[in-house]
Ligand binder design. Structure first.
Ligand SMILES: [Zn+2]
Length: 387
């Protein structure tokens, strides 16, 4: 059952609607946003006072691993949703063609959250990822099966919104850019974006970037060096600038090893901002250093990204990429996927993937998450309303 709720006096923040204004009221009923305005007239409706708070579309985490129980790196999205304000989780290649139907059946179908996926080019998905064991799904050429990936992605377009490849020594051994080449061909045929991870050489980050086209994503865009997008003088490598000119998008993908404050700071100083801020939560990053998408958003704000732009990178930008603009909007008539964030004025120290620290005086916490007009509880399930 969807709820009726009047959220009063919030700072409504939604780039998709050119909206950044306080105080405004927002009325939710029948699972959609019914009305927006100052001092909405209503009587006998449940109200929520959001004075001083940010009310935004529910966050969309473009890089997660939520195929829990079936893949060793999976985490349960329900455990992080309400604390993060994340209503939509996009799994980034945990599943391949060989095990995608389990993602649909056991994860997406049963969730009160919205679940999407990038399909891994590797038939087995990410199958050998653990604390004491690491077998890259891109190491075995025979698993990089173009036809299977293309077929399953094409048959499941309601959930599969792109193709995922992991290249680099850790994920693909000596296979270099092979997975990227295959992934790009599939993406081209299906007109879907490619999300690309490049860890240690080979391939070089330059080679990786050169394969990407308009609308593709480089994830772990602020990862520690070597093999990263800024050189030792903190200048952007030319291949990055050319990629940005072509329309390649930059995704944070924090994870266990994918985010370096120094690299990110250098990029921001060069005027290069991430298009999407995602967590890359998985079994080895969800208890730190990544935690959740809101933590990543807070880190970007602490590094100097303007608050409104950081929210855009967590809402309307990922919404566009997954082909669901309506989920990144607060327009009247769109689904009531939204979140209320409060500023907490207390010192906090954030830690990146290298163990470097960053002190802040204030940060955001999520006070309420709604998906399709239903409040999501701490257990990640829609709260049963009395009405
Ligand atoms: Zn990942």
């Amino acid at each position: 059952m969807s709820e009726t709720l009047l959220i009063r006096n919030g700072r409504l923040l939604s780039a998709a609607d050119n909206l950044d204004y306080a105080p405004l009221d927002i009325l939710i009923a029948d699972g959609i946003i019914r009305d927006i305005g100052p001092d909405l007239k209503a009587s006998n409706l449940p109200e929520y006072d959001a004075e001083g708070d940010i009310v935004s579309p529910a966050l969309i985490d473009l890089h997660t691993h939520i195929y829990w129980g079936a893949t060793s790196l999976g985490v349960n999205a329900e455990h992080v949703a309400s604390r993060s304000g994340t209503g939509s989780f996009v799994d980034a290649g945990s599943a391949g063609a060989g095990n995608f139907l389990g993602f649909r059946e056991f994860i997406a179908k049963n969730s009160d959250l919205r679940c999407f996926a990038f399909l891994n080019v590797s038939f087995a998905g990410i199958f050998g990822f653990g604390k004491s064991l690491m077998v890259g799904e891109g190491e075995i050429d025979r698993l990089l099966h173009e036809e299977s990936c293309q077929q399953i992605a094409d048959e499941n377009r309601d959930l599969i919104i792109g193709i995922k490849v992991r290249a680099g020594k850790i994920a693909a051994g000596e296979n270099g850019a092979l997975a990227i080449e295959i992934g790009r061909r599939i993406a081209e045929k299906l007109d879907l974006p490619l999300m690309c991870h490049v860890d240690a050489h080979p391939p070089s980050i330059q080679q990786g970037l050169d394969h990407l086209q308009k609308g593709d994503l480089l994830t772990h865009c602020s990862k520690p060096g070597p093999n990263t997008v800024v050189d030792s003088h903190k200048n952007a490598i030319p291949e990055l600038l050319k990629a940005i000119d072509r329309g390649v998008l930059l995704d944070i993908g924090h994870g266990m090893g994918g985010f370096d404050f120094e690299v990110c700071r250098a990029m921001l100083e060069l005027g290069i901002k991430p298009d999407t801020i995602s967590s890359d939560i998985h079994a080895q990053s969800v208890d730190g250093p990544a935690f959740d998408q809101l933590t990543a958003l807070n880190k970007l704000i602490a590094l100097g990204m303007p608050v409104a732009e950081a929210f855009t990178a967590c809402t309307s930008n990922p919404a566009k990429i997954i082909g669901h603009d309506e989920l990144g909007s607060l327009a009247i008539g769109t689904p009531a996927d939204l979140a209320v964030f409060k500023w907490q004025a207390s010192p906090k120290t954030f830690v990146d993937a290298k163990g470097q620290t960053l002190d802040t005086k204030r940060h955001l916490v999520c006070d309420r998450l709604m998906v399709a007009g239903r409040t999501i509880g701490k257990d990640g399930k829609a709260v049963k309303s009395e009405s």
